[in-house]
Design a binder for this molecule. Structure first.
Ligand SMILES: *Cc1c(COP(=O)(O)O)cnc(C)c1O
Length: 397
């Protein structure tokens, strides 16, 4: 029997969420997370994945994963520091470092726990972290875990950042200082001003930590936002995930050998949680090889992103100021955004509504994530459906 205290807690809070329309129903796919997905027997054009390059069901990755399953078994058997490190994990880290042009890299089980582990391994209660107001939840939680003072700065506002760093320095309260930012912001598709951030960091002796979850595979010919700005030598932490464009699962930090040596003895998810499966590590290596061999998938992603953006714009939709393939379609009203997404779904397009509190009140949107795997026909069909629903709901005329 469930305890009374838990039953009451759940009853009150679940009811409240449902009444406020904030209870999220989770759909279940009956196949790969590709450009077309199947949900409850219906085929839908998928504009909601982070599988930017279509690698999640790429046959080369699948083959490598299958080979690794046979060679190593399905599990790593222990945490990395005990005896869960296999040569395939070491090879993945060398590969990431090569791709990111750093001395070394460390792999984690996910991007989320990478941020939990890496930030708190370096920062502590005597330190200060300057964090972009729109940073990802895992950055926020990683910063909190470190117990450093967190000073948010206005999104991508370099004057505000500089002023806050100056004030913190004048206060003489802190030992180490870090500026932390997403490379690409996933709600609007805009890019962090890394050149300015690095200049401010140099002037005031701050570390720089870039979470490039949405930039890897997308920016800098695939190598990420730091490469896009040519700042591989200036950014201390190039953090990223292996679950989005890379198509598998896992997270990493690429940086100096000394930084990686430290994280391998102090990042708690590395020390106390079993490593990536060998099949995942092998598939990630193959994905990075594909990205280093050619920019075809990267180029196709951008071509598809630009095609969808142009199509929506011509139809009269507000697509914001995205600088990446991420294409928000800003509707405004929260309820209308949700209705819009529901109608798209009924017509055959899977694109999620994103509303307050994930984005500011009054900027509700349907977010589109085109990938390299979409065909022109699929994108044209999606645009037709957008047109129909947009006219029906009075979003365009
Ligand atoms: C998705 C995401 C993460 C988490 O990555 P996972 O590998 O899915 O855990 C971290 N940071 C940002 C900015 C993300 O978008």
């Amino acid at each position: 029997m469930q305890s009374k205290v838990l039953s009451e807690f759940l009853e009150i809070n679940l009811t409240k969420l449902k009444e406020e329309g904030l209870y999220n129903k989770i759909d279940s796919l009956s196949g790969a997370n590709g450009p077309v997905i199947e949900i409850e027997g219906r085929q839908l054009i998928n504009l909601s994945s982070n599988n930017y390059l279509g690698l999640a069901d790429n046959h080369r990755l699948i083959d490598k994963a299958n080979e690794a399953n046979v060679k190593y078994g399905v599990g790593a058997g222990a945490v990395r520091t005990i005896n869960g490190t296999m040569d395939v994990h070491d090879e993945l880290e060398r590969k990431i470092a090569e791709f990111k042009q750093t001395e070394a890299a460390i792999a984690f089980q996910s991007g989320f726990n990478c941020n939990m582990g890496a930030i708190s391994a370096v920062m502590d209660k005597n330190d200060v972290i300057f964090s972009d107001a729109l940073n990802h939840a895992s950055i926020i939680d990683g910063c909190r875990l470190s117990r450093a003072k967190i000073i948010p700065y206005k999104h991508n506002d370099m004057d505000d950042l500089k002023q806050k760093v100056q004030e913190a320095i004048d206060s003489n309260l802190y030992v180490k200082k870090m500026i932390i930012t997403d490379g690409v912001f996933s709600m609007d598709g805009d890019i962090a001003k890394l050149d300015s951030i690095v200049n401010i960091a140099k002037e005031f002796d701050c570390m720089v930590y870039v979470d490039d979850a949405h930039g890897s595979g997308v920016m800098g010919q695939g190598a990420g936002t730091v490469k896009h700005f040519g700042l591989q030598k200036e950014v201390d932490f190039q953090m990223g995930t292996l679950s989005k464009a890379i198509g598998v699962v896992g997270g990493y930090v690429a940086g100096s050998q000394a930084l990686i040596d430290w994280l391998k003895v102090r990042a708690r998810p590395f020390l106390f949680s079993t490593s990536l499966t060998p099949a995942s590590a092998a598939a990630c290596i193959e994905a990075i090889d594909i990205l280093m061999e050619s920019t075809d998938l990267h180029d196709k992603l951008w071509e598809n992103g630009n095609y969808l953006k142009k199509g929506l714009k011509v139809l009269g939709f507000n697509i914001g100021d995205s600088q990446t393939p991420i294409t928000p379609c800003i509707i405004g009203d929260e309820k209308l955004s949700q209705l819009f997404s529901k109608r798209l779904n009924e017509e055959g397009v899977y694109a999620k509504a994103i509303v307050f509190p994930t984005v500011p009140m009054g900027t509700g949107r349907v977010r589109n994530m085109p990938t390299a795997a979409h065909t022109k026909e699929q994108l044209d069909r999606a645009l037709e459906i957008y047109r129909k629903v947009g006219l029906e709901l009075g979003v365009i005329d």
